[in-house]
Write a protein that binds this ligand. Structure first.
Ligand SMILES: NC(=O)CC[C@H](N)C(=O)O
Length: 358
């Protein structure tokens, strides 16, 4: 079946349609990873987005049971150069087209994904409509994706590794990737996943040893109403944040965020630890970033910087045990060069021996 993509910048692309037959609209972004499409499409941080894969062949090793980053993918659609319909891998249980159908995701194949990438790199914020109905192309009205965290966060607390000997971590869920939970559980922690709207009193009642602020979709400023409560939480426990969690920590301590000229989404983004001088390759997925000049007026200091564009990649509080990174130390997809950050955080939660820094 034929399918179409119309962009808010006016271009129209025609290709072959797979997956869910329903139309979808969303922000068009591009991911440059050469592998990892299963982890990417199931990462909740892509809620409301249509993902263009720059690597030309997608779907060739199928979909397995283990590599989902969430139970239900939140992205809207996929745009690929060449969708493989006959995957080959000993763990593959489904083709990409099958699971896209099951999860209501439209897939457009046979597209010049480099052309789309160039448009997104030039324009920054681009929206698109994926449809099989040519008649709808003229009436497309782009709309920002809006507040998406409530749709991907858990509704009730969920505890994992109840009897673990290690520290008890409250993982505040803005759309957490399963690999973050897995890293904490493998590090010997008991983990309670809490809804994004959790209050300080609920955290006090839980009595955790540390707080983890997860990744998540959308503009971090959409969560401005939560910042006061979250600040009270993180000021009282050792805390680590990843991606959206990092942006929220920065906002709550007086920094500012802005859109990147175009997003960092891929598996080979170099970052430099400004304290040790070491460079790491990292997995990334973000469209917003902390403004570097805003750090000067906050109690936070820079820990990591992006080697390519010098953007802020990590911060820590000057006096409290709070740190966060813009990249993804849990990898999936991508390199796990910075995986030691989980061990550092878990050690920090163990070392305090007391619950409160207040
Ligand atoms: N992976 C994430 O947590 C993304 C954070 C935020 N939604 C951004 O695009 O910058």
């Amino acid at each position: 079946m034929k399918g179409y993509l119309v962009l808010s910048t006016g271009e129209i692309f025609e290709g072959e349609w797979f997956g869910s037959a329903a139309d979808c609209t969303g922000e068009v972004v591009f991911n440059t990873g050469m592998t990892g499409y299963q982890e990417v499409l199931s990462d909740p941080s892509y809620a409301g987005q249509i993902i263009t894969f720059t690597y030309p062949l997608i779907g060739n090793y199928g979909i397995n049971e283990r590599d989902y980053e969430s139970l239900k993918p939140a992205c809207k659609g996929l745009i690929v150069g060449d969708l493989c319909e006959m995957p080959s891998h000993y763990e593959s249980g489904h083709s990409l087209a099958e699971i896209a159908t099951n999860y209501g995701i439209g897939v457009l194949s046979g597209i010049d994904t480099r052309a789309i990438t160039q448009i997104v790199r030039t324009e920054g914020e681009v929206y698109g409509l994926l449809t099989t109905d040519r008649a709808k192309l003229d009436s497309f009205k782009p709309q920002p994706i809006g507040k998406v965290v409530p749709g991907v966060s858990v509704k009730e607390a969920q505890t994992y590794n109840e009897d673990a000997a290690g520290p008890h971590i409250a993982l505040i869920d803005f759309g957490y990737k399963k690999s973050i939970l897995t890293n904490l559980l493998n590090g010997g922690c008991k983990v309670t996943v809490m809804p994004y709207s959790v209050t300080y009193n609920e955290i006090v009642a839980l009595n955790p040893d540390g707080i983890f602020l997860s990744n998540g979709p959308g503009d971090p400023k959409d969560l401005t109403p939560q910042l006061g409560e979250l600040k009270q939480i993180v000021e009282n426990y050792p805390t680590m944040g990843i991606c959206l969690g990092h942006q929220l920590i920065s906002l709550m301590f007086g920094c500012d965020t802005e859109r990147l000229p175009y997003g960092h989404r891929g598996s080979n983004h170099p970052v430099k630890n400004v304290i040790t001088g070491k460079v790491y390759l990292t997995s990334q997925n973000h469209g917003y970033v902390v403004k570097p000049e805003s750090l000067a007026v906050s109690p936070l200091e820079l820990t990591f910087v992006n080697v390519n564009d010098k953007s802020v990649e990590g911060v820590r509080h000057k006096t409290l045990p709070i740190s966060s990174v813009q990249f993804h130390p849990e990898a999936h997809a991508g390199p796990d060069d910075t995986n030691h950050l989980f061990a550092d955080f878990i050690r920090q939660c163990q070392a305090t021996g007391e619950k409160s820094y207040a």
